[in-house]
Design a protein around this ligand. Structure first.
Ligand code: UD1
Length: 264
């Protein structure tokens, strides 16, 4: 594992000496921040990824696996989301992730660096920060329950997402790194293929925690996507990935906190 500032190419190249496998997970992670600060998004998510790839090339790294995002699909209403769909980035963040995917392909084709991009859907798990306004809904609901505070649902709660537990995301990363038949810049959805409403999610969390809090409803967020679910047939077929954690199991692990989760 390499730890280094992705905005500092020299430091990165030094840190990668002797390294064969790189998981590039670092990023400016907020869509909202990317809209407010597009130049920072460019430096971190586009130039930063390019720095990682260039350093990897110079250091003789075998393979890079990049975390990208379902955000690249944008608001195209077609479901489920397939990797063959035309990307419709609607934020600097989404555009940056898409550029990263293209750079991965280029570095594979031009320089022989093995590359695999993973498009994460809605990832959740222990230790996720639930306190920020940019936090994902599951970590916010979990924090609400811990604080005894009523959660807020934006809209009617009928919107759906494809929530994937962090250990399944780890599984996808390891397979992407180990599978010999890929490495040419392929792109894979990382999700479960399950679609769940926010209301159902809240019901499950309530059941697990025994909470009797009642959600408050507010106006739907501007630009919110109504439905999102992935087609995961490509990652199943090419990497042998199979999501192992049900919503209930993932949410129980989240509420229990680190260390008490079931391992697979
Ligand atoms: C997620 C990403 C976003 C990315 C998008 C791409 C996060 C935090 N956001 O957005 O960066 O562009 O996927 O597909 O990972 N909600 C509530 N109450 C809350 C918080 C959220 O009702 O307290 C609702 C939201 O309005 C939304 C749903 O829950 O309808 C999910 O929200 P969120 O977890 O922020 O994820 P996405 O909107 O899917």
């Amino acid at each position: 594992m390499v730890e280094g500032d992705i905005c500092d190419p020299a430091a990165l190249a030094g840190a990668m000496q002797g390294v064969k496998h790189v998981f590039h997970e670092a990023a400016l992670v907020s869509v909202t921040v990317s809209v407010e600060h597009p130049l920072d998004n460019d430096s971190i998510n586009i130039r930063g990824t390019l720095n990682v790839l260039q350093a990897a090339r110079e250091a003789g790294v075998k393979r890079v696996v990049l975390a990208t995002s379902a955000a690249v699909y944008g608001n195209n209403p077609e479901l489920p989301k397939r990797e063959t769909m035309l990307p419709e980035p609607e934020s600097p963040y989404a555009l940056g992730k898409l550029a990263g995917e293209y750079y991965m392909k280029l570095y594979s084709h031009l320089y022989g660096l093995e590359a695999v991009s993973l498009r994460y859907f809605n990832v959740f798990g222990p230790r996720q920060d639930g306190k920020s306004m940019y936090s994902g809904v599951i970590s916010r609901f979990a924090d609400d329950i811990r604080q005894g505070r009523a959660p807020t649902i934006f809209g009617d709660g009928g919107q759906t997402r494809d929530f994937v537990f962090v250990k399944d995301v780890v599984q996808a990363n390891l397979l992407a790194m180990k599978t010999d038949s890929v490495g040419k810049g392929e792109i894979f959805n990382v999700a479960t293929g399950r679609q769940i409403t926010l209301l159902k999610l809240w019901e499950i969390l309530k059941g697990i925690s025994g909470s009797d809090l009642k959600p408050g409803f507010k106006e739907a967020r501007i630009g919110d996507i109504r439905h999102s679910v992935a087609d995961i047939s490509r990652i199943r077929k090419d990497l042998g990935y199979e999501p192992k954690f049900s919503m209930e199991e993932g949410l129980s692990a989240l509420m229990d906190g680190l260390g008490k989760e079931r391992t697979r």
